[in-house]
Write a protein that binds this ligand. Structure first.
Ligand code: AMP
Ligand code: ZN
Length: 112
């Protein structure tokens, strides 16, 4: 059975994909803990960061660069944080490697 993130990125489940390229997809976290809370997800399934090795390390680099670009696109480049939970004991819920990108606390509210 494929996991929920594989299904979202394959468009087998609904979910707005904010950005994608050949390696990654980016979605909004369904339960945000920050004004901007995105998930940067490799298209290839890796259970966790522990699954990366010398051959696949480039995926990790691409995730960091995508975080930087998405922070710029969201207007939070002056302050944001990234987080990868690795393992159930630290709260990894979804067993498909992903990076949280969070920020926007100091962002000026949009005036209407
Ligand atoms: P983690 O605890 O690091 O595995 O993070 C999993 C994250 O995925 C949590 O912040 C959830 O809110 C989020 N999440 C779970 N299901 C979905 C979904 N269908 N679409 C978007 N985000 C999700
Ligand atoms: Zn998966």
């Amino acid at each position: 059975m494929t996991c929920i993130f594989c299904q979202i990125l394959a468009r087998e489940l609904p979910g707005e994909i904010l950005y994608e390229d050949e390696d990654l997809g980016v979605i909004n976290d369904i339960n945000p803990e920050a004004p901007v809370h995105l998930l940067i997800i490799p298209k290839r399934h890796f259970d966790s960061l522990n699954s990366l090795d010398d051959k696949t390390a480039q995926i990790g680099a691409k995730m960091f660069l995508a975080a930087k670009k998405m922070a710029e696109a969201q207007g939070i480049q002056s302050g944001y944080k990234v987080l990868i939970n690795n393992g159930r004991e630290v709260g990894q819920e979804i067993r498909h490697l992903h990076m949280h990108l969070m920020g926007g606390w100091g962002r000026r509210p949009v005036r209407k």
